[in-house]
Design a protein around this ligand. Structure first.
Ligand SMILES: C[S@@+](CC[C@H](N)C(=O)[O-])C[C@H]1O[C@@H](n2cnc3c(N)ncnc32)[C@H](O)[C@@H]1O
Length: 242
């Protein structure tokens, strides 16, 4: 049987950022249509305990919507907006032109699986809708642990289906019945949204993700649910490197 383009993407996640290039110009508009998108990111951004002088990576920052959730709390520190999609970063670059000129934000094209940061050099990492796109979750978390300073924080925000019998069937109906057709109409590309539906069905649930973080040495893990119907589908995780 011939594979669909979404299945090809799922089997080779390293090319996911190239697919995001195709929808980069429409991404902010499409997410504005998604109820609570920025509110949920802001809730996760607020989990970061910040004094203002920290070095923070927004990993898989896309167009910078996740960066906005904590950027104003960085005063003398620095935020690295890291993504491997040139198109998504071009939108972020426009959005943060003032902060880039002031040296507060640096845009960086990098693969999240092969980060170019020194060991123990970073105070905090925010990763929104990123981990699910990694070809190897274990290796990714190990790498993040390595570049965080002792005491550093990791916040992960992603689709992670609640541990109840109806979360998966509901996601199936919502994603294939509404998200895929609607977002395809807005963005003109079905591949990335069909991939989204599939990758969520196959991602870790909150208990599994907590277990993964513990197994890589993180401590003090808290899990935050999001509002209304979204509590079934989205979770945020705050973890500390001891
Ligand atoms: C759904 S978007 C999330 C963007 C942003 N964090 C937000 O909350 O709106 C996922 C992003 O992950 C990026 N991405 C996927 N795989 C990546 C990888 N291996 N390395 C770097 N970025 C990656 C994509 O290019 C895309 O911009």
């Amino acid at each position: 049987m011939q594979k669909t383009s979404a299945s090809i993407l799922f089997d080779n996640k390293a090319i996911v950022p190239k697919e995001f290039n195709k929808i980069a110009e429409k991404y902010d508009f499409a997410t504005r249509m998604s109820q609570g998108y920025q509110d949920d990111l802001n809730r996760s951004g607020s989990l970061l305990t910040l004094k203002g002088d920290e070095t923070v990576i927004d990993l898989c920052c896309g167009t910078g919507k996740s960066t906005v959730s904590f950027l104003s709390r960085i005063t003398s520190g620095k935020v690295f907006c890291v993504d491997n999609s040139e198109g998504m970063l071009a939108v972020a670059q426009d959005k943060f032109s003032k902060e880039i000129a002031a040296g507060k934000v640096e845009i960086s094209l990098q693969d999240a699986m092969h980060l170019n940061f020194a060991p123990e050099s970073v105070d905090a990492i925010f990763m929104a809708y990123g981990l699910r796109n990694m070809p190897d979750y274990d290796l990714c978390i190990e790498n993040l642990f390595r570049i965080l300073k002792p005491g550093g924080q990791l916040v992960i925000h992603d689709y992670s289906l609640a541990n109840s019998w109806y979360a998966k069937p509901l996601w199936f109906v919502l994603s294939y019945g509404f998200i895929v057709p609607f977002c395809t109409l807005i963005s003109g590309s079905a591949t990335i949204y069909t991939y989204l539906a599939k990758s969520v069905l196959n991602f870790l649930n909150p208990d599994q993700l907590k277990e993964l973080l513990l197994s890589k040495g993180f401590t003090g893990i808290s899990i935050v649910q999001h509002a209304s119907w979204r509590r079934l589908f989205f979770h945020s995780f705050h973890a500390i490197k001891k």
